[in-house]
Design a protein around this ligand. Structure first.
Ligand code: GLY
Length: 236
């Protein structure tokens, strides 16, 4: 499929579909989408290059019909429906659906959500999503950058002490706390750093500035998360 990818998370309760902000994930390990595929090396939201009518089209022509079809088959869905899409020259096409939040897009998306997430999920779980308030979002943009262990996405080096990570915006993933209190790496995608700002430039600056103080031997991260969008280089 040609065209940029979009991750759209929707809270679903039967035929009611509430989309969260669209995000974009970076699957390749290296800058400029080089190297092997990963679970995701970073993400940003919102997508300045995605027209509002395309987002509406995705919800109305893809997600809502899927939700309605599940109802009509007697297996109504309640939860988080994640549509992975490519915005092709012929319009949005589905790459995959997941029944879960996506990582690392979620870190960026939820950092801008002002409405109470617990109440939103509770509404879906109790069949009251249709009457939930319109979602409130912080202005601006968010960028997540994943710090990965040496050799990831191959067999990662683990057991190294991480320093400088106890800061705002740092979310742990492949980590554990040792008995002596040190935080050590235990997996490939070790942690992510979320930066927010008035725009993508500001969010990138916040994330990459916070990253400078985090030390993990052998680790690596992409330096271009959200860069093409910030520079206006993504078009449909
Ligand atoms: N970001 C990709 C995934 O969660 O599957």
């Amino acid at each position: 499929l040609d065209g940029p990818e979009v991750s759209l998370f929707c809270v679903v309760d039967g035929e009611t579909v509430v989309p969260l902000l669209p995000a974009q994930d970076f699957k390749r390990v290296g800058d400029n989408d080089s190297g092997p595929n990963t679970g995701g090396m970073g993400a940003y939201t919102p997508l300045p290059w995605l027209p509002a009518q395309v987002l509406t089209q995705i919800v109305d022509e893809i997600v809502k019909p899927v939700a309605a079809e599940m109802v009509s088959r007697g297996s109504a869905f309640s939860g988080l429906l994640y549509a992975g899409l490519a915005i092709t020259s012929a319009g949005p096409s589905v790459v995959e659906f997941n029944c879960r939040f996506g990582d690392p897009e979620t870190q960026a998306v939820l950092s801008l959500l002002e409405s109470p997430l617990g109440q939103l999920l509770n509404a879906a779980a109790t069949g009251t999503l249709a009457s939930f308030e319109e979602l409130r979002w912080r202005d601006g943009a968010a960028v997540t950058v994943v710090v990965a262990a040496e050799n990831y996405p191959g067999r990662p080096r683990v057991g190294d002490v991480i320093t400088g990570s106890e800061a705002d915006g740092v979310l742990y993933a492949g980590t554990a706390r040792r008995e002596d209190g040190a935080v050590v790496s235990t997996g490939g995608r070790v942690l992510s750093v979320v930066g927010t700002g008035a725009d993508l430039d500001g969010a990138r600056t916040a994330a990459y500035t916070a990253l400078k103080s985090i030390k993990l031997p052998g680790s690596h991260f992409r330096t271009d998360i959200g860069l093409a969008a910030a520079e206006g280089r993504i078009s449909l």
